[in-house]
Design a protein around this ligand. Structure first.
Ligand code: XMP
Length: 515
């Protein structure tokens, strides 16, 4: 295990992911973690992350000085290196010239850190401070034009420091350097594999849950589906999945989900058909926030009623992932028992909060995983590819892709239009080229002509986008032929649509969804 002490860098999570890509487990911990606490975790190595502070600022964060007595290899990255230098007796000062962006790294000593990294490799720099004097026992391993101490080491103690960011993709050879630290210096074994994770998670869940019953709100997305597969492997039919069909899913999706879970994998799913209830809630409502609020509220109602009907349950399974854990720290911990409790169902169920008297204990076996690791675990549990690769889909589903009031008729039109988009990009083998690909139905009508007849029907907006994480996005520059085929099919196959427009707005300033 590699422990990352986080000084607030935007890259700390990324360092953890890079380490895990080498099949070694790593965790992001607060920089205040004491040597005693670290000792209990017995990491093979410690990484001090970057951060926004300057070591000579008053109250600048540092690590517990006892960490330097643990005998564990340490590498400091950027601010982390400066903390190391200052705490061990060196001097850090504001650099004559700050260095941001790419720089060529000149390796002075290949040693253990740089085998496999080319001399002159491009590394990503982002610092205004520099190391002026090294602590005793340290030597320079590499420099750049502006930074004489771009990489340093105390070889006997196995302390290393790099002023650049090996974890970002622009750093050529950064991944090799990380591997060298993990394997050559820390002597880790490649034990972080999906199979090993599943084995341990199954053991842990069995130990925690015993013979009690667990309820899971299944949405059909990759997180809740992987969770269901994992828990079913661990506790069999003590798991009950509740799938609430709000009527806002895509064409054929509820049926397909039941087919996969119940028929193919024999995982118990309680299908709750709540289509009419949700539609009734949305009657006459066209304000986007009000629509979301009502959908969320109705979800809680249905969930509560059905869980009482099917219950009692001791545990609620939740698909919390590692980034949520890092962000929320331990705010949702019951002070009496120390266990995490559900005060909020994950936003993908789009629920504001659970009523106070409905407090379940939580089972969150995915809480150590990043999203890409969930996919790998899903694969190792034989979760079908169609679920693993499914585009993200918002909790309120098609309900927020019909602008204005949601009616049964409009839902039918949009469901068919959405089907055409997905069907066509799958046929043309480009489903994976998009982060999301969907249709939005506008409540207005425009005039068209089909055959010899005048039409007066809805326009559909086609939204094809690329993104890394949904936070920012760009509209996809697709071939005109693809747009043409989708447009043709949409107007010919979907009754109620006579026009297709393409959304060429990125995020920001637009959002991905229209509501
Ligand atoms: P926006 O529209 O904010 O969307 O750019 C960013 C990403 O989040 C998804 N999204 C939601 N997901 N519940 C969800 O689980 C929601 O209420 C919700 N609203 C938007 C959206 O599809 C995109 O991937």
């Amino acid at each position: 295990m590699i422990a990352i002490l986080d000084f607030g860098s935007q890259y700390s999570e990324l360092i953890a992911r890079r380490i895990r890509e080498t099949q070694v487990y790593s965790e992001v911990l607060p920089y205040r973690t004491t040597a005693e606490q670290l000792k209990k975790l017995s990491p093979h190595g410690i990484i001090l992350s970057g951060g926004p502070s300057s070591v000579y600022d008053e109250g600048a964060p540092t690590v517990d000085p006892k960490i330097w007595e643990l005998g564990i290899p340490v590498i400091g990255v950027c601010y982390g290196m400066q903390v190391m230098v200052q705490q061990l007796g060196g001097v850090v000062k504001r650099a004559d010239r700050a260095e941001y962006g790419k720089a060529s790294l000149h390796i002075d000593e290949e040693e253990t850190l740089f085998p496999g990294v080319e001399d002159g490799a491009t590394m990503w720099m982002s610092h205004g401070d520099s190391c002026l004097k090294l602590p005793t026992g340290f030597e320079v391993l590499a420099h750049t034009e502006n930074t004489p101490c771009a990489a340093i080491a105390h070889p006997e103690k196995k302390y290393y420091g790099v002023q650049f960011h090996p974890e970002v993709v622009h750093s050529v050879g950064g991944a090799v350097l990380i591997r060298n630290f993990v394997y050559k210096i820390c002597e880790c074994e490649p034990t972080w594999t999906p199979e090993a994770f599943v084995e341990e998670a199954v053991r842990e869940v069995r130990g925690k849950v015993g013979d009690k019953r667990v309820l899971l709100a299944l949405s059909g997305g990759v997180d809740s589906s992987t969770l269901a597969f994992l828990l079913h492997k661990a506790i069999g039919d003590q798991l009950v999945c509740m799938f609430i069909d709000q009527g806002f899913m895509r064409k054929g999706e509820p049926e397909r989900l039941i087919e996969i879970f119940k028929d193919r994998f024999h995982i118990p799913v309680e299908y709750v058909n709540a289509r009419d209830r949700f539609l009734a809630q949305l009657e006459g409502v066209s304000d986007p926030e009000e629509k979301r609020r009502r959908i969320g509220h109705e979800f809680i109602q249905v969930f509560e009623e059905k869980s009482q009907e099917l219950g009692p349950f001791d545990y609620l399974a939740q698909g919390t992932l590692y980034p949520d854990v890092i962000e929320s720290a331990d705010t949702n911990v019951d002070p009496k028992t120390g266990e995490r409790v559900a005060v909020k169902i994950k936003s993908h169920h789009n629920v504001g909060g659970l009523p106070k008297d409905l407090r379940f204990k939580l089972v969150e076996p995915l809480r150590k995983l990043f999203k890409d690791e969930v996919r790998k675990v899903g694969r190792s549990l034989d979760l079908p590819e169609e679920i693993i690769q499914r585009h993200p889909f918002p909790g309120p589903g098609l309900g927020i892709r019909i602008i204005g009031e949601v009616t049964a008729e409009r839902l039918n039109i949009l469901r068919d239009a959405d089907f055409v988009v997905r069907d066509e990009i799958k046929k043309q083998n480009c489903y994976q080229d998009f982060w999301q690909a969907f249709a939005v139905l506008l409540p207005i009508r425009s005039v068209g002509v089909m055959g010899d007849k005048r039409t007066y029907a809805h326009p559909v907006v086609l939204r094809l986008i690329s993104s890394e994480d949904g936070m920012t996005a760009d509209w996809s520059r697709v071939p005109y032929d693809l747009l043409e085929t989708i447009s043709n099919r949409m107007v010919n196959e979907v009754k109620g649509v006579n026009r297709v427009v393409y959304d060429v707005t990125s995020k920001p300033p637009g959002t991905i969804e229209w509501e």
